[in-house]
Design a protein around this ligand. Structure first.
Ligand SMILES: Cc1cc2nc3c(=O)[nH]c(=O)nc-3n(C[C@H](O)[C@H](O)[C@H](O)COP(=O)(O)O)c2cc1C
Length: 310
């Protein structure tokens, strides 16, 4: 953060002659090879969770990377997203606390941004031309998530292609209402994940997590359920990430990971109530022009909604 030494501006100290050695900074290989086809490089990209706390990405670089993200496709040209760059270290510390699960990178990365759905700017734009705004919450959530995620992917690719490390932070969903309040987000703006951008720490192996096989995600000619053999192949592929890999824990298997996320008591499901509260708090239900859902038990905070719906 502000008291850190700026990087030398050489794209995180990239030495293009050492590409084979950059197992901890796989994205550097792209610049080294100047590969016009991104596919082989994408196959090597990896999330970075250990950052060099003495190195900083210059602010202009962050702006340039977000600028690159703006070129993402966007439904109906609406661009329903904003990046909120958290610059204050107290706020970052608080957001880290709210993530409630050891994501130290929120504080250790050079920069931290909240990737947000932004339906507020649509309302302001329409009202600026004396037009009426109306948005149903599920469509706002879906379209905004798509726009924000595509733009964020552009930012991530721009960062990784410059040799920087990136970690999305979904753990903000653990306390989404508080995260939105901590960042002072007005009605119509909902964070969906955080984005850590920083200089990867050397010497920390960053392993590329496996993926399920191509034939289970690409349905040629029509959707088919995976066969038993294909399901086994998914487990064979994904279990590679345990054992002696950087993910550690050779006692775990992928079904346990999936269950922790999406079993009946999985933490994704436990976040549902918090998400609904956050949607309500951030004015997404009001934006459709009708009242709260029938089962709403939380009143929106009147002060934070002084500007009206979204
Ligand atoms: C929406 C989203 C949220 C994520 N949240 C976190 C997080 O809170 N903490 C973390 O360490 N990694 C997080 N990740 C990174 C994933 O764990 C990572 O992408 C996945 O394990 C695959 O690894 P790879 O990107 O290195 O291939 C998140 C990724 C996405 C897309």
């Amino acid at each position: 953060m502000s008291d850190r030494t700026p990087s030398t501006g050489d794209r995180a100290g990239t030495d293009h002659t050492e590409q084979a050695d950059h197992v901890d900074r796989p994205a550097l290989a792209a610049a080294a090879a100047e590969v016009p086809d991104l596919a082989p490089w994408l196959a090597r990209r990896a999330t970075v969770r250990q950052f060099d706390t003495d190195a900083e990405i210059p602010d202009d670089e962050v702006r340039a990377m977000v600028d690159a993200g703006r070129k993402a496709p966007t439904s109906g040209t609406a661009q329903m997203y904003s990046f909120v760059w958290i610059r204050d270290s107290d706020r970052r510390e608080r957001i880290h606390e709210l993530c409630s699960r050891g994501t130290v990178q929120v504080e250790e990365a050079s920069h931290f941004l909240l990737v947000c759905i932004d339906i507020r700017r649509i309302r302001l734009l329409l009202e600026h031309r004396d037009r009426e705004f109306r948005m149903t919450p599920a469509m706002g959530l879906l379209e905004g998530s798509i726009d924000a995620s595509l733009a964020a992917m552009g930012v991530m690719l721009a960062a990784e292609s410059r040799g920087y490390g990136v970690c999305p932070i979904g753990n903000i969903l653990n306390n989404l209402t508080e995260v939105a309040a901590t960042a002072d987000l007005p009605a119509g703006v909902l964070p969906i994940f955080g984005l850590c951008l920083g200089v990867p720490r050397h010497g920390e192996a960053t392993e590329n997590a496996p993926r399920v096989p191509l034939d289970t995600v690409l349905h040629e000619g029509g959707y088919r359920d995976a066969t038993e053999a294909q399901l086994d192949a998914c487990y064979d592929a994904m279990n590679e990430m345990y054992g002696d890999s950087v993910y550690g824990d050779d006692r775990r298997e992928w079904q346990e990971t999936l269950e922790r996320y999406w079993g009946p008591n999985g933490f994704m499901n436990r976040r549902e109530g918090e998400l609904l509260d956050a949607l309500r708090q951030q004015g997404f239900f009001e934006a459709r022009g009708i009242d709260e859902p029938a089962d709403a038990d939380t009143e929106p905070d009147a002060d934070r909604h002084a500007g009206g719906a979204a």
